[in-house]
Design a protein around this ligand. Structure first.
Ligand SMILES: *Cc1c(COP(=O)(O)O)cnc(C)c1O
Length: 463
């Protein structure tokens, strides 16, 4: 073994030791970081030395000094935002991806990682019940998966009216109407801004945040020309699903492309019991989901799925006006994501799916939902606590008598640090929002969280 190879072994051993110490500490650890960013920065030192530092020392310093500044997002007691933890197989595979260091843009250049990503793509389409011929790309997250769907949509609806966007761009192009539900995720607006499509037209939503078909019909009938509709599988606050069959039929009657933001909710399709909630979703044109949320792979991994290969490869393909030769059915990864050089993000997806198996994936999703119901049940017994949503999926939204008490309880709860639940606003009031997205969350974790809310509520009694 060369001296350098020996050093690599030591570096990886130090990294593995810090990783194991961290993961081992999570079950009994408070959720909040012990130090803030300024403290960590001061301890690391922010002036770059002129000379080298031994690589083992570098990694050891990172592990030691960084640790107190870590938030236990991977804890089963972490219910903030929508995050998810990391399945062991996905973590191990992610390490290998770094060690292998493959620039996974082309089939011929990096056959192993591309093959693994293609298998994962096939499995995803099977599990989600989406068209087997759809293109699957692995961008960095749900945000960019929305971008992938929407840029394909832009390509298709403009091509359909004879506008060559690749050559002429958007200057002077026919206007595209973009219709979105009133409660779409902010990343839809963000993706539309990246795409030069401006602010979308909002369509009214119901009390659970679902788009109202009658309002959608009215909006479609208000205009003509190229159009895109964004639907949602999994509302951030309620977990609710848009009425896909009806909304998609309406959109297609008007020649519109339908994109579905299913960052976490699309995974309900993996469960035979939950699948009917998304009836008709397979009829859409593009879908975005996250692997780093419900599937529990490490950051950063989204999944962009587009039924019309010509639309997605027309944009990302390296040749303008791309024509899809039938023998290139598989395509190259570079044709399915905005990035050029790329990490093989789909490899941890493959590992997660294989380690769970088809039934295990369904059970994972069903366990998250069961724990969300358990959480709602426990919370509803706390004096003054009201559950605001129908528990359709993994989200629980609750509030107390007034905004002031809800906020006070939220602040107290976060200071308590035994659990983490997001404060938010929904439908005109302050709320607390639980997302059960971590594979490792147990019924005991849910009980700990309910107890913590109970303590916080007792400390701030109703007036
Ligand atoms: C998380 C989320 C996104 C954004 O996904 P990122 O992985 O954070 O980029 C988009 N839509 C919904 C509904 C989400 O929950």
């Amino acid at each position: 073994m060369s001296a350098d190879a020996g050093r690599v072994r030591e570096v990886l051993e130090v990294a593995a030791r810090h990783a194991q110490d961290w993961i081992g500490s999570i079950p009994s650890r408070e959720v909040n970081p012990r130090k803030d960013a300024d403290q960590i920065r001061a301890e690391l030192g922010d002036s770059l030395p002129g000379g080298p530092t031994d690589p083992v020392t570098v990694v050891d310093r990172l592990g030691r000094i960084g640790e107190p500044g870590l938030m236990s997002m991977a804890s089963g007691r972490f219910f903030g935002w929508v995050v998810g933890g990391t399945l062991p197989a996905a973590l191990g595979a992610d390490w290998l991806v770094s060690a292998w260091d493959q620039n996974s843009a082309l089939r011929t250049a990096t056959p192993a990682t591309v093959a693994v990503e293609e298998i994962a793509a096939k499995w995803l389409l099977e599990i989600l019940g989406l068209p087997g011929t759809a293109d699957v790309g692995y961008p960095t997250g749900g945000m960019m998966a929305n971008f992938v769907g929407l840029i394909s949509a832009r390509q298709k609806v403009l091509t359909d009216v004879g506008w060559d966007i690749d050559r002429k761009g958007l200057n002077g192009a026919p206007a595209i109407r973009v219709l979105v539900g009133a409660e779409r995720h902010d990343t839809i607006d963000r993706a539309l801004r990246y795409l030069g499509l401006g602010a979308p037209t909002e369509v009214a939503a119901d009390g659970q945040g679902r788009i109202i078909p009658q309002a959608l019909r009215t909006e479609f009938e208000r205009g003509t020309g190229p159009a895109i509709l964004c639907l949602q599988a999994g509302n951030l606050h309620s977990g609710a699903f848009d009425p896909f069959r009806e909304a998609i039929a309406l959109a297609h009657e008007h020649g519109a492309w339908v994109h579905v933001d299913g960052a976490f909710g699309l995974w309900a399709l993996a469960s035979p019991a939950l699948r009917p909630l998304l009836d008709g979703v397979e009829l859409a044109d593009s879908w975005a989901t996250d692997a780093h949320k419900t599937l529990n792979v490490p950051y950063d991994c989204g999944v962009g799925i587009v039924a019309d290969r010509k639309a997605i490869r027309g944009t990302f393909g390296v040749h303008a006006s791309y024509l899809l030769p039938t023998h290139e059915a598989a395509g190259d990864p570079v044709e399915k994501v905005p990035e050029f050089s790329r990490r093989a993000r789909g490899v941890p997806v493959w590992a997660a799916l294989l380690s769970l198996g088809r039934n295990g994936i369904a059970q994972l999703v069903e366990r998250l939902v069961a724990n969300a119901r358990l959480m709602a049940d426990g919370l509803s017994r706390i004096d003054g606590c009201r559950i605001l949503n129908e528990i359709a999926f993994t989200q629980v939204c609750f509030a107390f008598e007034n905004d002031a008490r809800t906020d006070a309880i939220c602040t107290r709860l976060i200071a308590d640090s035994s659990t983490w639940i997001s404060g938010s606003s929904w439908q005109g009031r302050r709320v607390l929002r639980v997302s059960v997205s971590n594979w490792s969350t147990t019924e005991e974790d849910v009980a700990v969280a309910v107890q913590a809310v109970k303590r916080a509520a007792a400390a701030h009694p109703a007036p």
